[in-house]
Design a protein. Structure first.
Length: 161
């Protein structure tokens, strides 16, 4: 497989153009950032996107929240053509956009050579249904995950000197 590394401002417009065509293209990119941890990890997971279809609460989508600024987050609320998204690793912050701003849907996650198809994985479906609905559980599990993986509990490096 031929791998090229491109900046998002170059890669995303072309990737989204390919997805907008009706020819079954998928677009893969390495996860960047920690907002979707612990289930999607920075520089570890390969994300496979497809042209967006009918989205629902619990789906992970790539959306343009402002001109040229994209996020890959889970839909936590949908009201008409407005949606609210939050990264699984975010406790409080959310993003708002229109349904028309959704550019792609996450189809699968590839980790260590194994593909998790989000439409058929029972574990992913259970997680998708429970995780966004329980802020207290999410907070406790994130703290536990960060503590057991040598990460700062506050989500960034903090010096107490």
């Amino acid at each position: 497989m031929n791998v090229k590394h491109l900046q998002n401002d170059i890669f995303l417009p072309e990737a989204l153009r390919l997805l907008s065509e009706d020819n079954g293209h998928t677009v893969s990119m390495t996860a960047r950032g920690n907002s979707m941890m612990p289930f999607i990890r920075h520089n570890r997971d390969l994300l496979v996107f497809v042209k967006n279809g009918k989205v629902k609460v619990g789906d992970v989508v790539l959306a343009e929240i402002t001109k040229g600024q994209y996020v890959c987050h889970r839909i936590v609320a949908l009201n008409g053509d407005r949606l609210v998204m939050r990264g699984d690793g975010n406790l409080y912050g959310v993003e708002h956009c229109r349904l028309a701003d959704v550019r792609a849907q996450l189809q699968s996650v590839v980790r260590n050579g194994k593909t998790c198809d989000l439409s058929t994985s029972r574990r992913w479906k259970l997680y998708s249904a429970l995780w966004p609905q329980s802020p207290l559980l999410r907070r406790l599990l994130l703290a536990l995950y960060r503590a057991t993986h040598g990460m700062p509990l506050l989500g960034r490096n903090v010096s107490l000197e």
